[in-house]
Design a binder for this molecule. Structure first.
Ligand code: UP5
Ligand code: MG
Length: 247
């Protein structure tokens, strides 16, 4: 799989070999930006002007597979003025987009519970932020490894203010049960099965937890017990947002 991605970069580099100082990272980013330009309408261009004068505020939402990130983000959007951007949803949309050259690559990573190279994910996130014209974002399920964090810092340096990390702490067996339950009720997600879940959990323990620990050491993590029912969890979430000045 990694070989497929490297080959893709190689093709990209080959076809743009005249570009001076071109790096695979820059070329991949440019490709994604080119896609999104077709989708930007006049209104969002006007909104972008507003965004450039006001740095967007970002809350990273992290936690294991099935911890309830998406569920709680929907509730935060209803209560506070935030726009929800799920990195996983953006990747699934890109996978389904007709003509996407990254579709198969994304599917392979997701099914195997591995983390898609940051050049793809971060560009999808940045484009979604720009196209929304909004200024408060919940970034759900990202950054989930060191590559993600480095890529975000590289690409978004000076473009966004990270407020805090909302961490949904949930026992592994509860997470598995929730994802399997969702799969059984017809989520259609190719990773809501036991085989993929084992890999997702392994990736979470090996790659994502160290990132959460890193933010924790920097005093930026708000930990929420994600095991009670969704309403109870949201009571805690609401307290965190209010305590951090959001109305
Ligand atoms: N549910 C929710 N809260 C509940 C509660 N308190 N009590 C009882 N049930 C609760 O919830 C999952 C299920 O549990 C639902 O049925 C819900 O009703 C119920 P949900 O809110 O969807 O949980 P969430 O944490 O969002 O789970 P999700 O499966 O989306 O988490 P993942 O982090 O695994 O999935 P994501 O979509 O973010 O990523 C999928 C894959 O994409 C990754 O494995 C990776 O391959 C790829 N990816 C990247 O490569 N890079 C990225 O940056 C992001 C993703
Ligand atoms: Mg989710």
């Amino acid at each position: 799989m990694w070989r497929a991605f490297t080959r893709l970069i190689a093709i990209t580099v080959e076809s743009s070999s005249s570009a001076q100082g071109a790096t695979p990272h820059r070329l991949l980013t440019q490709q994604f930006q080119a896609h999104s330009h077709q989708q930007i309408n006049y209104l969002s261009l006007l909104n972008n002007r507003k965004m450039s004068s006001e740095k967007p505020k970002v809350v990273f939402v992290l936690g294991g597979p099935g911890a309830g990130k998406g569920t709680q983000c929907s509730k935060i959007v209803q209560r506070f003025q935030f726009t929800h951007l799920s990195a996983g949803d953006l990747l699934r949309e890109e996978r389904a987009r007709e003509g996407s050259q990254f579709g198969q690559l994304i599917e392979d990573y997701i099914r195997n519970g591995q983390i898609v190279p940051v050049e793809v994910t971060c560009s999808l996130l940045e484009n979604a932020m720009k196209n929304s014209g909004k200024t408060r974002f919940l970034i759900d399920g990202f950054p989930r490894n060191q590559d993600n964090l480095d890529g975000w810092n590289r690409q978004m340096d000076g473009k966004a203010d990270m407020q805090f990390v909302l961490f949904f702490d949930c026992a592994e067996d509860v997470c598995v049960e929730r994802c399997l339950g969702r799969g059984q009720s017809g989520s259609g997600r190719s990773d809501d099965n036991m085989e993929s879940l084992k890999k997702r959990i392994q990736t979470y323990n090996n790659d994502s937890l160290p990132i959460i620990k890193f933010f924790e050491q920097a005093g930026q993590v708000k930990t929420i017990d994600a095991s009670p029912d969704a309403e109870k969890v949201f009571e805690e979430v609401e307290r965190v947002f209010l305590a951090n000045g959001f109305q």
